[in-house]
Every structure is written in C-alpha cells, then in structure tokens.
Design a protein around this ligand. Sequence first.
Ligand code: GCU
Length: 369
Amino acid sequence: MLFSVLCVASVVVLAASEPPAVSTAPFPDPLVFENGEPVETQEDWQTRRAEMRDLMLRNQYGAIPSAPVPVRLAETLAEETQNNGATLFRTVRLAVGAENAFPVRVEMYLPAGGAGPYPAILRVGLGCPVVQEINERGYIFACYENQDFDFDTLGNDKIGPAQAMFPDCDWGSLAAWAWGASRVLDYLLTLPEVDPQRVVITGHSRTGKTALLAGALDERFALVVPNGSGCGGAAAYRRYGPECETLELITRPSRFASWFHKDFRRFADKEPELPFDQHFLRALVAPRPVLSTDALGDLWANPIGTAAACRAAQPVFEFLGVSENNAMHFREGKHDQLPEDYRVLLDFADHHFFGKPLTCTYGEGPGEK
Ligand code: GCU
C-alpha cells in the first residue's frame, strides 16, 4: 500500500508496510501493576503511575533530567499594545541553565488593562490564530520556540542545547521540548499576571505530542490539550485506522527517529509487544483534565486510534472519581489547530476552572465503542 504525505514544500511518498495485524490487540491495563497485582487504593495508583511513567520514558521518549536548572529573564525584546488595545504583547529571551545557559524565545499576549492573575494557555511552538479572542476571554496566551531546546531535523539529528547540557540523558526531541515547556512554566510562574493554578498546555501535531508528554509529566499543568497529535501523541499504537502514521513510519531514520529514544524502533511492527500504549500517557494526566482535539479527516494522525486510547484510559479517571476529566473532541476537516479548536479548549477550560457550562459534547469519537 502506498500513501503520500505532504511534507514542507515537497511531496514525500512513503512505502508503508501492510497495516500490521494489531488492530484488536488488547491494551495493557493501567490499573494492574507489571507484577500482575491490581491497583486498589489511591496510594497504589501513585506507585502505578510512577511505574507507567518510567515504562514510557525508558522505552519511547528517553529520560528527562530531574536536576533543577535555573531559568531567568535575560532580556525583554519587545512590549507593545496590540489588537485595538485588547492585548499587551511581550517578547522575552530567557536564559536556561547556570553556566553555558542557552537562550529561549517566549512570546506572551496578556489581556491589557488589568492586573490579573489570569489563567494562561502555554503553547509549544510559536503562533496562534485567535490571540485577541483569548485575551478578551480573560486568558493569557504564551508560546515558546521549542527548537531553542532541541533542533527539529528530518533525518539528520543534531545535538540541541538541552541535550548538550545533559550529555548522559538518552532523550529524544519530544522529551527535550517537553522539558522545555516545564522550564518556560518555571518562568511564567514568577509573573504576577499568571494564575499558578490555571495553566493549560497545548500544541499541535509534533508540538501536540510534546504538549501531552509535558502535561503528563509536569503536574503543575492544570489542563492538558494536545491537538492533532497522532502517532507518538494521543493515538494508540494498537489501533491503526486507515492511512495513519505507524510506529514503523515515524521511527524511520530518514524521518523522525530522533524525536524518540534511540531504541524505540525495535517495536516497529511489534506493537502488541509494547509494555504500554498511549492511553498510559493520557492516564498519567489524571486526575487533572485532559482534552484531545482532532479532526476526523486527519487520517495520518489516526483519529480512530486517539478515540481508542481515550476510551482505554477511562478506567483510571473512573477509579479516581473524575470520569468527566478525560475528554476528546473531533471536528470535521483536516490537520490544523484552528480557531474552532481553541474555542473548544477555552470552553473546556472555563468549565473546569470556573464552573461554566460545557458547550459541546466531549466524549464521542470514531471507531469501536
Ligand atoms: C509529520 C509527522 C507527524 C507530525 C507532523 C507535524 O507529518 O509524520 O507525526 O505530527 O509531521 O508535526 O506536522
């Protein structure tokens, strides 16, 4: 079978192996320890959560440094009012690290005219189509250049600044970018304008994968919203829908092997042998709310697999008594993070942060129920 993928300006044709016979493989049970014992108490869950986290990092993303690293404001590059007075725009350069600190660009769009503290949306990667609306709804929008932590290379991996700082760490780009989200959060939490209890992490596609990983690992993120994250993000490896990206495709050395732990490719075409699936990543967010936003026409990102992983994570949310905190939303259309996706995010955040009523259904998705 052949399918074509639009990649930057050129069309790359990937020869995919036949869809592997994994579509009905059972998901590992997040509520059963690796030794077969059941999770019975809240304390058990904390232990199991650590076990799951370790499985995912060790096999898929690589280790993340635990040592604290100083983050400081190096320079304010610009500050101005925008959007007819609705937005206070500020660009800063952070210095991450003590000696040999490296620079990171952060852009912030704050509601102008008030003091806050405001809930904030942190996006992995620069850009947003609805800044004014976000500000008018009383939220800060912040984003950072994830490639300041590690370069995004196609097939020619280069050691990035974060990896150079921790040469003994075996992490790939997704983990480095996710660690970067936490460093930017370190800075955001020093600002009086930011409500520390109400920071959302989001991102799209490769940065959506990063947002889910960052939100799973760092419990200071109150709400986690991966958009169009697909393979290596919210989509299950055990439920490939038509024309989706597979583990074999994403980990090709000429493609995105460097996003992952260097040995992850050993599971290519052996998905049932994975000691986890992406429902684990989602479950790591619990009891905090997680919302995946996707498009039904985004087949490459495997909407069926995302819905399946969401359902497979649900028992954890039920166990913790927060069944509504595991949410998915699918719109019509293609691979993008559109104003509509941000509105779904904002309504969901307004519900969880301020008790406002939900405006749409957050539990329905394609594929088997
Ligand atoms: C490629 C890749 C996807 C990724 C996407 C993106 O299509 O195969 O996994 O999500 O790029 O980040 O735009």
